[in-house]
Design a protein around this ligand. Structure first.
Ligand code: TYM
Length: 343
């Protein structure tokens, strides 16, 4: 839909991304998002990261669980290297400009655009009439999250690509409708070896916190034995590993484990295969589980430590929200003026 449209060079680089506090974090969230957030922050680009609690309630959330999950997600960000001093870390509902801009975007986006969203079709399933209106409008809120900061870059996993294309379409339509060049055309950043971490039980399905089988995923809170057991039982094929990436083309389960290894070790897939090509899974799986434990254990331990101080987490979120409002409020004010609202 928006192919060929360039980002607007007039906007200063700013990174925004969000994660839903809707349950445990998985290795997919870590490799596709969290790990890369810390990288972008460390490159010195102004970075804003959000616990999207308003997105989470598009499906039912128990209130106490939502509070705990929001704190745990915040702890996950910090334990993964996001520094709440350098980056802005907050929860969405504390910055009302998200909801305000989302309403305007609900009036810009078209029903047909939303109906084409594969995530809507997957999540609503056969019973669309019974899904919440919020679940249908979800991508307009996501566009608002990004554009209320005039963010130019959005690091995400592959599954968010369609939502980011819609964000570009909303920005373009708003700019055209009102004859302005106000919202940037945001660049999706879907990069690295693990933009789509797959289920350990089925190489054709995404690793997801909502999969009924806990064996299909590695949770960020899993202990060393659990991680090793899940990798040992991960589905594979009987062949040895190839020595170049093209040998993985029709081997989704093998490709997934190699991608995970590459992302955890900051290597390319080809570099990994130069080292492990010719090995059997009986040899490669213990290497992968040692690496996963080495990288993930310090994170889960730090998350547990941070969770002992929920008041400190809440203070970090409040302070982050204040800093976020300082950026978002002038942008939402200007948006209301452009639309013709008296202020
Ligand atoms: P969510 O909460 O489902 O996932 C958070 C991030 O993790 C990535 N991810 C994965 N990456 C690789 N492999 C996987 N198996 C995997 N599973 C999840 C997701 O791509 C995402 O980057 N709609 C978003 C949240 C959101 C958002 C935003 C993101 C709301 N507003 C604005 C960016 C900008 C979502 O549901 O992500």
């Amino acid at each position: 839909m928006t192919e060929g449209v360039q980002t607007s060079p007039a906007f200063t680089p700013r990174v925004f991304s969000g994660i839903q506090p809707s349950g445990g974090l998985t290795l997919g969230n870590y490799l596709g998002a969290l790990k890369r957030f810390a990288d972008s922050q460390n490159k010195g680009v102004e970075s804003i990261f959000c616990m999207v609690d308003m997105h989470a309630i598009t499906v039912w959330q128990d209130p106490d669980a939502l509070r705990r999950q929001t704190r745990e997600l915040t702890a996950g960000f910090i334990a993964s290297g996001v520094d709440p001093e350098k980056s802005i870390l907050f929860n969405q509902s504390q910055v009302s400009a998200h909801a305000e801009l989302a309403w305007i975007f609900n009036c810009v986006a078209r029903m047909g655009w939303m109906q084409r969203m594969t995530q809507w079709k997957d999540k609503a399933g056969k019973n669309q009439q019974n899904a919440s209106l919020g679940l249908f409008a979800y991508p307009a809120l996501m566009a608002a999250d990004i554009l209320v900061y005039h963010a130019t870059e959005v690091p995400v996993g592959e599954d968010q690509k369609q939502h980011l294309e819609l964000t570009r379409d909303i920005a373009i339509k708003f700019n055209n409708d009102f004859g302005v060049d106000f919202f940037p055309i945001t660049e999706p950043k879907i990069e690295g070896a693990a933009t789509r971490v797959m289920s350990l039980r089925d190489g054709s399905k995404k690793m997801s916190k909502s999969d009924p089988s806990d064996m299909s995923r590695i949770n960020m809170t899993d202990d060393a034995d659990t991680i090793a057991n899940k990798i040992r039982k991960a589905r594979t094929d009987p062949d040895a590993l190839p020595s170049e990436a093209k040998g993985l083309e029709d081997r989704p389960e093998a490709r997934n484990l190699v991608n995970i290894y590459a992302a955890l070790s900051d290597m390319t897939v080809d570099q990994v295969l130069t080292d492990v090509g010719g090995k059997q899974f009986s040899e490669f799986k213990p290497m992968l589980s040692d690496l996963a434990v080495e990288k993930l254990s310090p994170i889960s331990m730090e998350m547990a430590r941070l969770m002992e101080h929920p008041d400190e987490i809440d203070a970090i979120l409040r302070r982050g929200a204040e800093r976020a409002r300082a950026i978002a409020n002038p942008i939402i004010e200007r948006t209301f003026e452009i639309v013709g609202m008296i202020r």
